[in-house]
Design a binder for this molecule. Structure first.
Ligand code: HEM
Length: 439
């Protein structure tokens, strides 16, 4: 297999998007439609209907690829919710919007903004849907609990556990599924330790995670699961208050007892951490291994110089399209000029960190995986006050998984042709369902 072949460099081959209405005005592309109110006035551009098709492998969403180059602040409509929203794709504009307090997360509560899931994945009291000062208070509480001592202890434990998991997988013999043996159990173990969730309960959390992050279930199903999760953590909080341990959940439960955060805030924060920790690390690290094994020239460079590993992880974070669609929207609190467009007070705005990571104005030859790249930081973990709280934890786990595999399996390879790897469907997050390996 040649370098960058088969696995896809991420350049879209076909436009998977159809636009909403058949009316075409002179300034529009065929198929584009004029924007209806309430998102602005007569000068608004066409609305792109974005079905957010499920993409396999490393392929990159064709609409994002096109808008990034042709229309960096565009209007989109997705499958669910009402009306349409702005979508900002260019690196510097994404940074502008996400660090501008005039774009509020709190105002999304109760607004059925167009989106790709039938319900809001993030709960109303969740950290992602608050603004300062509530947001700052919640961040501070988590930051205190994620202290240096705890992170250092977790690193040593992660290294030991990765070592054990890889050894067990190799002892059982090839072919073996990396997700089943390593990239699934490692984040489960790590988040279990960090939060203090008993190992026996992790299976239940995994089932709930599957429903919440799915794009194909009803709002009633998701509400039922959210209620189950809330009940579970309410019980655990009561238990930890009575029997505190050295973990994040005990600390947050004590903070709740002191009145520093509300019960719904505690539950939503914990759910957000658990869902991200279980799903994202597994997907991201498994896809990293797939990307390396399908770019043999890059893999060889990494094997020749293991010192490249930290920058390789950053480049993989930049390159891998780890989700479908976009994350949570923001609402403009006043008219704001973004690029060539005036976003009106009350308009909903999404940014795409995925698109920003492929901005040709910032990254040379952006659709190419290049582990020696040394330039602007990637935006995989977001930007501004809502920057991912799990970034350091994720980097640490991905780096540990890659370095352990590279060291222990010098002949590591896919056990099936790349096109036979099966990818997840019907979920927000992308990644291989299984990754059969040989060594
Ligand atoms: C590959 C792994 C991950 C990726 C790519 C990722 C990416 C992101 C992104 C893009 C955001 C949102 C930025 C925004 O709202 O503008 C975010 C927020 C967040 N992430 Fe992650 N994440 C990952 C793993 C994790 C893990 C492991 C945890 C928990 C241990 C976590 C916890 C959170 C939390 C709590 C927020 C909300 C922060 C806030 O709103 O202030 N993430 N993440």
């Amino acid at each position: 297999m040649s370098e960058d072949a088969g696995a896809g460099t991420g350049v879209p081959g076909s436009a998977a998007t159809q636009d909403v209405r058949p009316v075409t005005l002179p300034h529009m592309r065929p198929g584009d439609a004029p924007a209806p109110p309430p998102c602005g006035g007569a000068q608004d551009p066409a609305v792109h209907h974005w079905p957010v098709d499920h993409l396999d492998g490393l392929s990159f969403d064709p609409l994002l690829h096109r808008l990034l180059r042709e229309e960096p602040v565009a209007l989109v409509r997705m499958r669910f919710g009402e009306g349409h929203a702005w979508l900002v794709t260019r690196y510097h504009l994404v940074k502008e919007v996400t660090s501008d307090a005039r774009f509020s997360r709190a105002l999304t509560v109760g607004r059925p903004v167009t989106g790709m899931t039938p319900h809001n994945v993030a709960p109303a009291q969740g950290i992602g849907r608050t603004d300062a000062p509530d947001h700052t208070r919640l961040r501070r509480l988590v930051a205190q609990a994620f202290n240096r001592r705890r992170t250092a202890a977790l690193r040593a434990d992660t290294e030991r556990t990765a070592e054990r998991l890889v050894d067990t997988m190799m002892r059982r013999g090839a072919p073996a599924d990396l997700a089943e043996h390593v990239t699934g159990p490692l984040p489960e173990h790590v988040i279990g330790r960090l939060l203090g969730v008993p190992a026996a309960d992790l299976g239940r959390l995994q089932e709930w995670r599957g429903v919440i992050l799915s794009t194909d279930h009803t709002p009633a199903e998701s509400s039922a699961v959210k209620a189950d999760i809330a009940a579970y953590f309410r019980e655990l909080a009561a238990h930890r208050l009575a029997h505190p341990e050295d973990d994040l959940f005990s600390e947050l439960s004590a903070a709740q007892d002191r009145g520093e955060l509300s019960r719904p805030e505690l539950i939503s924060l914990t759910v957000m951490i658990v869902l991200n920790a279980l799903d994202q690390v597994r997907n991201q690290s498994t896809t990293m291994v797939y990307a390396l094994l399908t770019h043999p020239g890059q893999l060889a460079a990494l094997r020749a110089d293991p010192g490249l590993l930290p920058s390789a992880v950053e480049e993989l974070l930049r390159f891998i399209p780890q989700r479908n669609g976009v994350g949570m929207p923001r609402i403009a609190t006043e008219d704001v000029r973004v690029g060539d467009v005036t976003i009106r007070a009350g308009d909903a705005v999404y940014v795409s960190y995925l698109a920003a990571n492929r901005d040709p104005g910032v990254f040379e030859d952006p659709d190419r995986l290049d582990l020696t790249r040394d330039g602007a930081p990637n935006l995989a973990f977001g930007h501004g006050p809502h920057y991912c709280l799990g970034a350091a934890l994720t980097r640490m786990q991905c780096l540990t998984i890659l370095s352990t595999l590279l060291r222990k399996a010098p002949e590591l390879r896919l056990a099936v042709p790349p096109e036979q790897v099966r990818w997840r469907r019907g979920s927000i997050n992308r990644g291989p369902r299984t990754l059969p390996l040989a060594w």
